[in-house]
Design a protein around this ligand. Sequence first.
Ligand code: PAF
Length: 281
Amino acid sequence: MKIIKHIQSMQRFVNELSRNGKTIGFVPTMGALHEGHLSLIDEAKKHADFVIMSIFVNPTQFDKKDDLKKYPRDFEADEKLAKSRGVDCIFYPTAEEMYPKKSWTSVSVSEITNTLCGTTRAGHFDGVVLVVAKLFNIAKPHFAVFGQKDAQQVAVIKQMVADLNFDVKIITAKIVREADGLAMSSRNLRLSKENRERALALHRGLQATKFAFENGERNVENLIDISRKIIETGQIQIDYLEIVDVESFQKIERIEKKALIAVAAFLGDVRLIDNEILDIS
Ligand code: PAF
């Protein structure tokens, strides 16, 4: 497995791969790899001759300095996991390499970012789309795989790709959960034992809403209340709990077509997110 730290070397390398007719699959990450990330590699390997993973804790997408500082980092462990799952190359740049000076160009997706994480994490999605646009121009993949846990992020990236005509196909991989239902996240490492236990109410709450939906409830206020009551039993501080249209990410009052219930919540100083699709078909 190759490790490349410099942008120009990466570009030269992928140009050569493409000249040799290889299909490049890309898995962008911020490291602290867990089974969720590894499932993205599996998905990429289904379609690609060559899988590149980026590991870069992107400072421009953190709205809180402390969250950036505390974000778990363990390159050696990540390298082993990536290799064991068949990644062909890791792109591992420094912040100075990616941002030698402040970017004068911004990339910003509107509308879809007016709700959920877009309203509670100021500037977060601008940071995400900026770095993803840069990474696409560096790794030049034919397709890239993102996890459904960050459902709004996937929608925002798909919109950027469509609006700016990036020649990259976006593939979404489903949420991977621990045996007890907690959605896998690099931030889970930072949960205390008690908070990890309390965090289970997140998935339980979303599942109860999904169950009511499957049994015919379509009123969004009622559906949200079902989740809220369960989540509040875990004494969890809810950042948001909303049902939105799965494409536009706009709030709705009744579910008439595919929707998404999404939650973000704080357990101590750790912010977790989770979601479930409410599919009418
Ligand atoms: O989902 C993530 O880990 C990050 O937001 C991403 C897509 C790697 C951009 O930094």
